[in-house]
Design a protein around this ligand. Structure first.
Ligand SMILES: [Zn+2]
Ligand SMILES: [Zn+2]
Length: 254
């Protein structure tokens, strides 16, 4: 199993999950040309993608989904309210999914996990194949007990480190938007992310990927410093998913 990112942040998100059989795109917040360009960096074309999964209807996750799915006849998986919230016209194959109802794409097992975020029916995902388990966790306002439980044992975790509390408070956002971002249904701060990381099964975790970093309210170095405080003897690899470059393939040992 291997994982790569086309880009991560409020201007567009998309992650590629590849199994022995089957390769899927998680979210597509980029336009058609840009998606194709970013796939090419990973030596992929749209024909290599078997399915698109959508976490929620915010533009940075869903904007590119319908054009991509229509143009290349790729099935799109999302919760019914995610589709209803942003009716994008007919999709060649719309596959409704439900919280906590696992399904498979090729050899990949997919588990949609409910998260607290200000969208209609948002979910995040855990992917497994054999003994490998990959978690993607962005766009949530706090760590619920359920999230802490589901994401405890991962080999790779992409984790939102959206904002630094002081930078958000003193930054350029209007007060209402600051309240939204910092609220229980907004985004995770570096400290909230670190709090979760401190409770994970760290001996198992091989790769931790700092994701969905705000360009205005955070700096990768601040996120890294918050996480390293709870990663004392950890022997894994810490990576950054950037807005422009995402990250290159990470291979998981079987
Ligand atoms: Zn987002
Ligand atoms: Zn969102």
């Amino acid at each position: 199993m291997r994982v790569a990112s086309l880009g991560s942040g409020s201007k567009g998100n998309s992650t590629v999950i590849e199994g022995r059989e089957g390769r899927l795109l998680l979210d597509c917040g980029f336009g058609l040309k840009e998606t194709i360009r970013r796939l090419a960096r990973l030596d992929l074309t749209p024909m290599d993608i078997d399915a698109v999964l959508v976490t929620h209807e915010h533009a940075d996750h869903i904007n590119g989904v319908a054009p991509f799915s229509r143009k290349f006849h790729i099935p799109a998986y999302m919760t019914p309210s995610t589709y209803d919230a942003r009716r994008t016209g007919p999709l060649p194959a719309l596959k409704p999914i439900q919280y906590e109802q696992c399904f498979s794409i090729g050899s990949l097992q997919v588990e949609p996990v409910v998260v607290p975020h200000d969208a209609r029916e948002p979910c995040q995902f855990i992917f497994s194949e054999g003994s490998n388990r990959v978690g993607v966790l962005t766009d949530l306002g706090h760590i619920s007990a359920h999230v802490r439980d589901r994401y405890h044992d991962c080999d790779l975790l992409m984790l939102e480190c959206n904002y630094d509390t002081e930078m958000l408070a003193s930054g350029p956002y209007p007060a209402a938007l600051k309240r939204r971002v910092a609220g229980d249904f907004g985004h995770l701060s570096n400290d909230q992310a670190a709090d979760l990381v401190g409770t994970l099964n760290l001996p198992r975790l091989q790769n931790l990927v700092i994701s969905h970093v705000s360009e205005k309210n955070n700096q990768p170095a601040l996120a890294k410093s918050a996480l390293t405080q709870v990663l004392c003897d950890w022997e894994g690899v810490l990576t950054l998913a950037s807005q422009t470059d995402g990250f290159d393939w990470i291979d998981l040992s079987p």
